[in-house]
Ligand binder design. Structure first.
Ligand SMILES: [Zn+2]
Length: 368
């Protein structure tokens, strides 16, 4: 591992939080922390969402960079924003631009090496109106038993694969993957569960938006993730309306062909799932006075079938075994490497390209 990547990547939530905090301190920027009121890390560590503001805090054009929506994907997001600060990228912000950096939106998942929150909630499916009936996803119910095995063995996985293949043969693979991934609100111990109410992290993000971004007229948004795409591939999931002005703007920053709806899936002949309850939509609702353009930005790690297996392993470790027992150590390490590969070339690629991606958005905000 190069010294450089080591400087920014961490092996634990506490280490990541420390590096982010030290980078802010070195820059003379204060960190405000929203502490989790009831949960701690696996060793009793304090859990908190850390927020730092760079540039002009009252600028009309603001940037929101979020990390750790999916818990352990925060290891990559943390390295990205820590590098951004350490390299003093904020000095390039235009006079009319401010930047809010959110470290570890889902600190429980980050610390416990899970994608979900403390309630097995996929936070990126939780930003939905919980007072009205949830979107229907009956096909998930048909698949739940297949994707949530009680045993994790070659035989059980092979059987699940055969059953999923058979389902895809009948209903189409896009339909099946959409049912599995889009979000479901019926099985609390299942995959991509969107919750039965607003998660603590959801409420916290609303507070962060109210405190730091309510004045914004224009907003550029990045939510850093990992797992979608091939190893090292940069994937943009833009949720602005296709054909609209804000979508066009995101395309100006990152390439129109990259932010097209199915861009990330077209090469595999797939369609993008009809995701529900995204953080992206939450931010739009929290800041009705701002025009917002942006994207979920992913770094691919192992490609699609292996990653769907990793998602199921994450759930299995939570519900079917003792995650922290020594006999599961290899599986936990494999999960970590699935979402934050230890390969040096992958990490260097992330550090290099994320600077350019962030810079493109910052420059776009300066001239908006
Ligand atoms: Zn994610």
């Amino acid at each position: 591992m190069s010294v450089e990547a080591d400087e920014f990547f961490s092996d634990s939530y506490v280490e990541a939080r420390g590096k982010f905090g030290a980078a802010c301190e070195e820059s003379g920027v204060g960190v405000s922390s929203l502490e989790h009121p009831s949960e701690t890390g696996p060793k009793g560590e304090t859990l908190a969402i850390d927020v730092a503001v760079f540039g002009r805090a009252d600028a009309p054009n603001m940037i929101l960079i979020n990390t750790g929506t999916h818990g352990l994907e925060g290891f990559c997001g943390s390295a990205i924003v820590t590098q951004w600060i350490r390299r003093r990228e904020y000095e390039r912000l235009g006079a009319n631009v401010g930047a809010v950096i959110v470290h570890g939106l889902n600190p429980w998942g980050f610390a416990h090496l899970r994608r979900t929150t403390e309630n097995n909630v996929d936070l990126n499916r939780n930003f939905i109106d919980h007072t009205t009936p949830y979107p229907d996803n009956p096909r998930y119910g048909e698949l739940h038993g297949i994707v949530c095995p009680s045993a994790w063995s070659e035989a059980a996985l092979a059987e699940a694969k055969d059953r999923l293949d058979a389902y895809a043969e009948i209903h189409g693979r896009d339909t099946m993957m959409d049912a599995l991934i889009r979000g479901q609100y019926s099985h609390a111990d299942g995959m991509n569960y969107g919750g039965s109410g607003r998660e603590w992290s959801n409420l916290a993000l609303e507070k962060i938006c109210a405190e730091h971004l309510a004045h914004a007229r224009h907003l550029g948004f990045i939510d850093w993730h990992t797992g979608i795409g091939e190893h090292g591939e940069l994937v943009f999931l833009c949720f602005n309306e296709e054909g609209g002005e804000l979508h066009r703007r995101a395309g100006e920053w990152w390439g129109a062909e990259n932010v097209a709806r199915d861009a990330a899936f077209a090469s595999a002949g797939r369609k993008r799932p009809d995701y529900k309850g995204l953080v992206f939509y939450g931010v739009q609702q929290f800041l009705p006075g701002a025009e917002m353009a942006g994207a979920v930005i992913e770094y691919g790690t192992r490609g699609s079938p292996p990653m769907y297996k990793a998602l199921r392993l994450d759930r299995w470790l939570q519900f079917e075994t003792d995650r922290w027992s020594p006999e599961n150590a290899d599986k936990v390490e494999d999960l970590f490497d699935s979402f934050c590969p230890r390969a040096e070339e992958w990490r260097r690629g992330v550090l290099d390209s994320s600077l350019a991606v962030t810079r493109a958005m910052c420059e776009g905000l300066a001239s908006w």
